[in-house]
Design a protein around this ligand. Structure first.
Ligand SMILES: [Zn+2]
Ligand SMILES: [Zn+2]
Length: 412
């Protein structure tokens, strides 16, 4: 009987999702025209708040996250249930839009090139759908619109100052990114790590400047830095456990003066980004880099400064919720449309602030139209979000919220 009831509720959610589709496309296009950067997004805040205030049963709390964040809270009509958090990031990027769309960005040099306009819209859509079936569920759903994701901010303030995980305390959290490598209409969910732990490093080798004709009288920092650079693959392959996913990429190297060919310079500096699924792995990579740099510099008689910064944690999907989320999304999209991605992804997402505190699942929602083999990637000036996926994504989030509140997502 209960299962039958739930089926009927899901059918109603799918119907509502279809009905609100034109409205969702309109909202997404409006957000797309006013992309804003960082934490202060006044126009984005205005559009999202305005839309949320139209939804029955939603309490809207504005100006959160130390800027333009919004937290909207909805309570279900039944007596009890869990508390679920659904999060959208809402900021844009300093990129000039290349496409000639009729809803093209009106802010020069600024573009929703990561599709966060779509993320905000599908969470607004989920709120609309869950409002329509409010009598069918109990508990509480918090719809969180977070600025600052691209600059690694927002989540910490929402959690630390705005206490978004408390009152009532959040049992589980969910988020998604529009994903160019996943086909539209499908959702991929990482088996374990949806995003990696992100770090940066910098190695500065200090030698002794001198005439390039008598290198023996100098200490060549370029030679030493080059050797340290060459040892990076060995650090990863020989010092870090083989089963740990990790990346260390040098993105710049600087030394000398292009106009001076007869002087060996004083210093050579290089740096880049490093990623791993576990914070401990990243810490170990930093330590090993430091040791290697010191050892090489000793041979050369140079000295070095190594700086390693680790920013936040990884986004690890809860093993307890994985199947429940997959099944909930599949009820809306179809069972063959939702699948598990076995490999880890090492991109960065500050959803880690939530997922390190409460059980969470992060999904990759397909945005690549079926007829296309490849589309421009995230952060490309040619990036294009697929409007056709908005209703399905809103429905999937609504189903996750509904089953989550009812305590139906956890593994039994
Ligand atoms: Zn991005
Ligand atoms: Zn993004």
């Amino acid at each position: 009987m209960e299962a039958l009831e739930q089926k009927a509720v899901i059918e109603r959610m799918k119907k509502t999702a279809k009905e609100i589709e034109p409205e969702l496309v309109r909202i997404r296009h409006e957000l797309h025209q006013y992309p804003e950067l960082g934490i202060e997004l006044p126009k984005t805040h205005e559009i999202i708040s305005r839309e949320l205030k139209k939804i029955p049963g939603l309490e809207v709390y504005e100006h959160k996250a130390g800027g333009s964040g919004i937290v909207a809270v909805m309570k279900g009509g039944r007596s009890e249930g869990k508390t679920i958090l659904l999060r959208a990031d809402i900021d844009a990027l300093p990129i000039e839009e290349n496409l000639e769309l009729d809803y093209k960005s009106k802010n020069t040099g600024c573009m929703h090139a990561c599709g966060h306009d779509g993320h905000a819209t599908w969470i607004i859509g989920a709120a609309k759908i869950l409002s329509d079936i409010r009598e069918e569920w109990g508990g509480c759903i918090k719809f969180v619109f977070q600025p600052g994701e691209e600059v690694g901010k927002g989540a910490d303030t929402l959690i630390g100052e705005d206490k978004v995980l408390e009152n009532p305390s959040v049992d589980m959290a969910f988020a998604a990114h529009g994903w160019p490598s996943v086909e539209s209409g499908k959702i991929g969910i990482a088996r374990r790590y949806a995003f990696g732990c992100v770090g940066t490093f910098k190695v500065k080798v200090i030698g002794r400047k001198g005439h390039a004709s008598w290198p023996e009288q100098t200490i060549d920092p370029i030679a030493a830095a080059g050797e340290i650079y060459q040892h990076i693959p060995a650090i990863l392959a020989r010092k870090i456990r083989g089963t740990d996913s990790k990346i260390m990429s040098v993105t710049y190297m600087q030394a000398g003066d292009v106009n001076v060919r007869n002087i060996i310079p004083e210093t050579c500096e290089f740096g880049g980004t490093m990623r791993a699924t576990k914070r401990e792995t990243l810490e170990k990579m930093g330590e090993e880099l430091q040791k290697e740099a010191k050892a090489v510099c000793e041979v050369y008689g140079a000295s070095c400064e190594v700086d390693v910064q680790i920013h936040g944690g990884s986004v690890e999907n809860s093993q307890d919720l994985l199947d429940g989320v997959k099944n909930a999304a599949a009820e809306v999209l179809g069972s063959r449309q939702v699948y598990i991605i076995e490999e880890d992804n090492l991109g960065g997402e500050n959803f880690a602030e939530y997922s390190s505190r409460v059980p969470s699942v992060y999904m990759f929602i397909g945005i690549r139209p079926v007829e296309k083999e490849e589309i421009p990637g995230l952060h490309s000036p040619d990036y294009r979000f697929d409007d056709d996926v908005l209703a399905g994504a809103a429905g999937a989030f609504a189903a996750i919220g509904y089953y989550g509140c009812m305590g139906r997502l956890e593994r039994r």
